[in-house]
Write a protein that binds this ligand. Sequence first.
Ligand code: SF4
Length: 368
Amino acid sequence: MTTPRVNLLDHTLAELEEFYAGLEEPAFRARQTWKWMHQHGVSDFSEMTNLSKKLRQYLTDHCTIEAPEIVLEQPSEDGTRKWLLRLADQQCIEMVFIPERERGTLCVSSQVGCALDCTFCSTARQGFNRNLSLAEIIGQVWLANNQLRKSKDDIRPVTNVVMMGMGEPMANYNNVVNAMRIMLDDNAYGMSRRRVTLSTSGIVPAMYRLADDIEVALAVSLHAPNDELRNQLVPINKKYPIADLLDACRNYLKGKSQRERITFEYVMLAGVNDSLAQADELAALLEGLPCKVNLIPFNIFPGTKYTCSSRNAIFRFRDRMMSLGVNTIMRKTRGDDIDAACGQLAGQVNDRSRRELRFAKLEMEATL
Ligand code: SF4
C-alpha cells in the first residue's frame, strides 16, 4: 500500500515548520516553501529554486499542493464568476468571485452543506455532509488567485474574502480561523483584517471565542427584527436568541477602533420581514450599536416558499432605516445571468451523487 502524499496546503506555518523539523530542515526552509505556495501559487516543487535539490526531490516524492478541483466555471456578463469545485471524496462546493473597480471579492465555503437549516437557504436543503479541511478552505483562495492570474481579462486578484459561501463558518471553527490567519499573513496572502469577513448566523459562544482569537470583520445574518420571526427563519435563534447575539456583537467590538462596525445581513422576503413596522423594530433593536445593515434581495430557488420583496419595498425599508439613523444599503445583485442561489449548484450535484450512491447500494444489496 502506498502512503498518501502530504498536502502542504493543509498546514499552518507552525505545522509546516514542525514537519520540516522532522526532515531535519531548518524553519526558514518552511517559510520559503510557504511563500512559493501561497504568495506565488506554485504547486510544482521543482520551481522552488531556493530550496535545495535534495529537499525539492523529497517534496516531489512525498508531498503535494492540492486544492479542490474545478468542475465547472460559470462566468457572468458582469465579470462575476461562479466555480463548482469537487473535493477528493467527490463532494461539491461552490466559490464565487465578484470583481469590482477597487477590489476583487471571493466568497468562500466552509462546509459541504449546512446543518443550521435556515428556511430561506438553498444550501440548507442538502443537509450537512462534513466540514471542509484547512486545505479545502485556503485552497479556494489559492485556486481563485491562480485562475485569475491565468485569465486573459484584466482582472485584479483576490483582495477580499468573505466567509459567506456554503456552511456556517463558526461550526468549523479551527479550520476557518487557521485559514483566515493564512489570508492575513504577510508572507502568504497579506490581506488587511478589514478585507477578511466572517459571516455567522449567530453561534454565540464561538463569537466570544473569535473576539479573543483573531481580528477580522464580522457579519451577522440577522434577517428578522424579533425572536418570533427569527426563530422561523434562522432556527439557531431558538438556542441563541437576539439579545444574546447582540451582546456577543457588542463584546466583539469592545476595545476595537471606533471605526469598527458589525454588518447585519437582512434578506428581503416579500410579506415576511419587509414592512415599515419591521424596519422600525429593527432600527430600535440596533440603536447604539455601531453597525451597518445590508439588505439582500432574496435569490429564488426551486421549491422555496419565499419570494423576493419588490424593489420599491426594499427602497422603502432602506429609506426608513436611514431616516432612523441606521446606515443601510441594498446589496447590488451580481451575476444575475448565472444566478443559481448559493449552494444550489453544488446541492444538485451532491444530491445526485448521494442518490447515485443510494442506488448503487440498493443494487449491490439486490445482488447479494
Ligand atoms: S444561511 Fe448559512 S447558516 Fe443558514 S443554512 Fe444557509 S449556509 Fe447554513
